[in-house]
Design a protein around this ligand. Structure first.
Ligand code: NAD
Ligand code: GLY
Length: 364
């Protein structure tokens, strides 16, 4: 088992990474009160809920089992967590445990941030994406029909347990979606890590536990470093959103859950690299490298052909990074170095948005 720490003063917390963590981490010792509410979903519950409950023998343990899917990451479903907490009389010393992927983690975190004005919570992420990204850093929230993650709070967990043995039950498509965020860290921060990913992509695709543990560790290390510098995204933290402005537009256009978040981010990262290339930053060879590593990870690297530039612009205009009506994007100066900027020619963005667009032929 390896351990990292997110350094945020009084709100610092550990991330435990390794196999079979229920055996190596004393979960009860991380909980200060006597009550626990486990939040999970109908897919993960049959797989891991009982094993988790066995780690908490001395506490009042209750559970909420949410429907599975991004389309259920809503205020209505969030309310079912509050209903359960109130029905089972959980007080301000309760601890919420998120057992699931990013959807469960984001919703549980937001519930913890707002239940009785804030209670403790622990993240037990069960997808690769949630282990390398969403469980760390304290972004929590739900979707709104008009925009993804538009309602939420910054609220840090007390601890994160990233158990790589749990990833063995993950469908291949979900593993690939998680790899998108792993690759992201190489693109934005660490070209040497990108080379390591390229060299180990077959092992990662095959869910090799040693390779996955290394990928989770380095990804969390980079995320922890960035979040420690800029918890509330006043500056550098925004680089973690490479590809996300494009990706969120794809997710919203296609309907939440049609494209997985990681898949949309994969295509979005290619679009960001393509625009960076048009500006003259990322070289042609680097752009080919971006495309190759995304393909090797079985990720889409182009947006849906049906999405028009106008539709992209409409959806991108509600992004949280938009400032005074100008679209700001995370772009790449080179592989391993990202910047956040609004300073690019609008025509170049149009060219990127048009790059994969196929106009529907007129009927008749
Ligand atoms: P998800 O939570 O929907 O999980 C993906 C699927 O895998 C679900 O069907 C889930 O039930 C299933 N699953 C989970 N663990 C499993 C396991 N071990 N075995 C078998 N099946 C399992 O999706 P995700 O990719 O984990 O997370 C995506 C969400 O995370 C999005 O809502 C996105 O906005 C959010 N996100 C948040 C942050 C953040 O900083 N808070 C960062 C990135 C993404
Ligand atoms: N996933 C982006 C962030 O946590 O800031």
């Amino acid at each position: 088992m390896r351990q990292l720490r997110v350094e945020l003063g009084a709100r610092s917390y550990p991330i435990y990474i390794g196999e079979k963590l229920f055996k190596t981490v004393d979960l009860q010792s991380l909980i200060s009160g006597k009550q626990v509410m486990i939040v999970t979903n109908e897919t993960v519950a049959p797989l891991y809920l009982d094993a988790l409950k066995r780690q908490l023998p001395d506490l009042q343990v209750d559970e909420v089992i949410l429907p599975d899917g991004e389309s259920f990451k809503t205020l209505e479903n969030l309310n079912s967590i509050f209903d359960a907490l109130l029905q089972m009389r959980h007080n301000r010393t309760t601890t919420l445990i998120a057992l699931g992927g990013g959807v469960v983690g984001d919703m549980t975190g937001f519930a913890a941030a707002s239940y009785q004005r804030g209670v403790d919570f622990i993240q037990i992420p069960t997808t690769l994406l949630s282990q390398v990204d969403s469980s760390v850093g304290g972004k929590t929230g739900v979707n709104h029909p008009l925009g993804k993650n538009m309602i939420g709070a910054f609220y840090q967990p007390k601890a994160v347990l990233a158990d790589t043995s749990i990833l063995r039950s993950l469908p291949a498509r979900e593993l690939a979606a998680g790899l998108a965020e792993v690759i992201k860290y190489g693109f934005i921060y660490d070209e040497a890590f990108l080379s390591w990913i390229e060299a180990n992509i077959d092992a990662l695709n095959a869910c090799d536990s040693k390779a996955l543990a290394e990928a989770v560790y380095r990804s969390c290390e980079i995320k922890a470093e960035v979040v420690a510098q800029d918890e509330r995204e006043g500056g550098i933290r925004a680089i973690l959103n490479l590809g996300h402005t494009f990706g969120h537009a794809i997710e919203t256009d296609q309907g939440y859950g049609t494209w997985l978040h990681g898949e949309a981010v994969g295509a979005g990262m290619w679009m960001a690299a393509d625009l960076s290339n048009r500006i003259g930053w990322v070289s042609d060879d680097e752009l080919l490298r971006v495309e190759a590593v995304l393909k090797a990870a079985h990720l889409p690297c182009k947006p849906p052909a049906s999405m028009s530039p106008a539709r992209f612009r409409e959806l991108m205009s509600v992004d949280k990074k938009v400032l005074n009506g100008k679209i700001r994007l995370v772009l790449l100066k080179q592989l391993g170095e990202a910047i956040v900027t609004e300073d690019f020619a609008s025509e170049l963005l149009d060219q990127t948005l048009e790059a994969n667009y196929t106009v529907e032929p007129a009927v008749g």
